[in-house]
Design a protein around this ligand. Structure first.
Ligand code: AMP
Length: 326
């Protein structure tokens, strides 16, 4: 029973003097929001404990959320490590996490490769932040949720659910979001930060729109070469974000972004879809993920073309057997 796991997690938190919190590499709003939210909540509730946020990478577009901690190896002695929003060990943005005495996993991805001494995984949740919020609401009489912590958590709920649009959003998601909103989230500031773009970003979007290709059955895709990444001065992460620009084309239920990474001799693939799943397709090309948001890697332009052909076939089959798609 997950109620028991939550109780166990609270007991562990209460029994440790030092707690280290980490998330996944290439963090998104949920990874950053859930970790920063939990850290703030623990610091406010237990001022005598040492609570650290320790990660090895960050995301520029979320820099407005502020910085993190660095700790020496000794800090891990007898410490509790909590890892949020991270399905597999290899994606944890803290290579030292195993130095802690015990590890707790809190996550909403499919639990393909479990880890941790205590694992609370609910893959029906729309975000890890929803789980942190649920944890707070379960023990509301013991835990303190400041407006700052609530803002981090609300941000993760908003971003990971596509502004409450995705399939995983339930009535519970909205009830929980409502309770967190009532803790004092500054939504005007939050959404301004999420929506304001640099002028250069608009120019990049314009390039992307000009260069999207569509297969016969409607798979939309874009290839971000190294030259283009250089031209727009993009990090790999920023180049990867262009996948979201492909999401709203009528008739296109699968969209793909290919991001060239010559240094590693590979091309990163981001797969997105609506109505039909792309996880199996991602699995075939050295990847995985959620049903409608997955990632993969291809190692040549031929393999990239093969993935595009497979996606086109998949979509063709879907359209031939289903009606009502946009
Ligand atoms: P991304 O496109 O990186 O946002 O990934 C979408 C989803 O797929 C996330 O839930 C990732 O955890 C997962 N994912 C991305 N790349 C991989 C991979 N190479 N192997 C397994 N899962 C992945």
């Amino acid at each position: 029973m997950n109620e028991d796991i939550k109780k166990k997690i609270l007991q562990k938190i209460e029994s440790y003097k030092t707690i280290i919190v980490s998330r996944h590499i290439r963090p998104d709003g949920d990874a950053i929001g859930s970790t920063k939210g939990l850290v703030k909540l623990l610091r406010d509730t237990y001022p005598d404990k040492k609570v650290y946020l320790v990660n090895e990478d960050y995301s520029d577009y979320l820099a407005f959320l502020g910085g993190e901690d660095t700790v020496t190896d000794e800090v891990y002695n007898g410490a509790l490590q909590i890892v949020l929003d991270t399905g597999t060990e290899d994606r944890i943005s803290n290579r030292n996490f195993k130095k802690a005495k015990e590890i707790i996993k809190i996550d909403h991805h499919i639990d393909d490769k479990p880890y941790g001494d205590i694992s609370w995984v609910e893959d029906f949740r729309s975000s890890a932040c929803e789980m942190v919020a649920d944890f707070y609401l379960t023990f509301k009489n013991k835990l303190k949720m400041s407006p700052e912590a609530a803002t981090y958590i609300y941000l993760g709920m908003v971003t990971d659910s596509g502004r409450f649009r995705y399939e995983g959003v339930t009535g519970d998601t909205m009830r929980i979001a409502g309770a967190i909103l009532d803790c004092g989230v500054n939504t005007e500031k939050l959404f301004a930060n999420l929506y304001v773009d640099e002028f250069e970003t608009l120019k990049l979007k314009s390039y992307v729109y000009d260069n999207i290709k569509i297969t016969p059955n409607g798979v939309a895709y874009i290839y971000m070469s190294e030259a283009v990444q250089k031209k727009f001065n993009l990090t790999l992460e920023a180049a990867s974000d262009v996948v979201s620009e492909l999401s709203a084309i009528r008739g296109s239920l699968i969209w793909l972004a290919f991001i060239d990474n010559k240094a590693k001799g590979q091309i990163r693939v981001r797969l997105r879809s609506r109505f039909l799943g792309v996880k199996d397709l991602a699995n075939k090309y050295h990847g995985g993920g959620h049903s409608m948001a997955a990632g993969a890697t291809v190692y040549s332009e031929e393999e990239m073309q093969s993935l595009i052909n497979d996606a086109d076939k998949l979509l063709g089959e879907y359209k031939a057997t289903h009606g009502g798609w946009l």
